[in-house]
Design a protein around this ligand. Structure first.
Ligand code: IMP
Ligand code: MG
Length: 181
């Protein structure tokens, strides 16, 4: 995709699925809910790179309780629009999670393979509690059973970019979320 096409996509308001204003309002709601439910505790957010980095940063700043953050990097898409189903660990979590209240922060859940992988992996670290928050969940896309406790938006089973989400590493910088055709 050429830079001009990126520009065209950014200007095509018809393809905006979720606007920056809707995103901000939703994250304020999620931040309030999570703060209320974890008050008196000190949860650690685990942002899932790369896609989740913007959502994680925005959600983190909506928490009005003691909290920490760390990151994990995984990959399964290999520049494609469909998961390979094979989740690879690209960067390990550095924080010690034993006995901690852990909240994994995902950008989007599609097949569920990533959430399943992260649940298995982090459970073995013996956290006190483990929950998942995802800005988006694709409806009718699950290929494995999974549980996400806090969901921002349920969206149709389409490929989306922007607000951290990419197609072959591009478009993460768009402030709104767009459907790719
Ligand atoms: P899953 O393992 O199939 O559930 O996919 C999860 C990961 O794939 C997400 O954390 C995203 O990083 C990426 N992903 C899934 N769907 C999309 C999409 O529509 N646009 C961009 N990235 C996506
Ligand atoms: Mg992701």
């Amino acid at each position: 995709m050429h830079p001009e096409e990126t520009q065209k996509l950014a200007e095509n308001k018809n393809k905006v699925l979720i606007s920056r204003d809707e995103i901000r309002t939703k994250i304020q709601e999620l931040g309030k809910r999570i703060s209320d439910e974890y008050r008196g505790k000190c949860p650690i957010l685990i942002g899932v790179l790369n896609g989740g980095f913007i959502f994680c940063a925005d959600l983190f700043r909506e928490l009005n309780i003691d909290c920490e953050v760390d990151f994990i990097k995984i990959s399964s898409y290999e520049d494609a629009v469909k998961t390979s189903g094979n989740v690879k660990l690209l960067k390990e979590i550095n924080a010690h999670l034993e006995g901690r209240d852990v909240i994994v922060v995902e950008d989007i859940v599609d097949s569920g393979y990533s959430v399943q992988y992260l649940k298995n992996k982090i459970s073995k670290m013996n956290p006190k509690s483990l929950k998942f928050v995802s800005l988006m969940v694709k409806e009718d896309a699950a290929q494995v059973p999974y549980e996400v406790h806090y969901i921002g938006f349920k969206i149709p089973n389409r490929f989306v970019v922007g607000y951290g989400l990419d197609l072959a590493q591009k478009f993460r910088n768009l402030p709104d979320i767009y459907v790719m055709d």
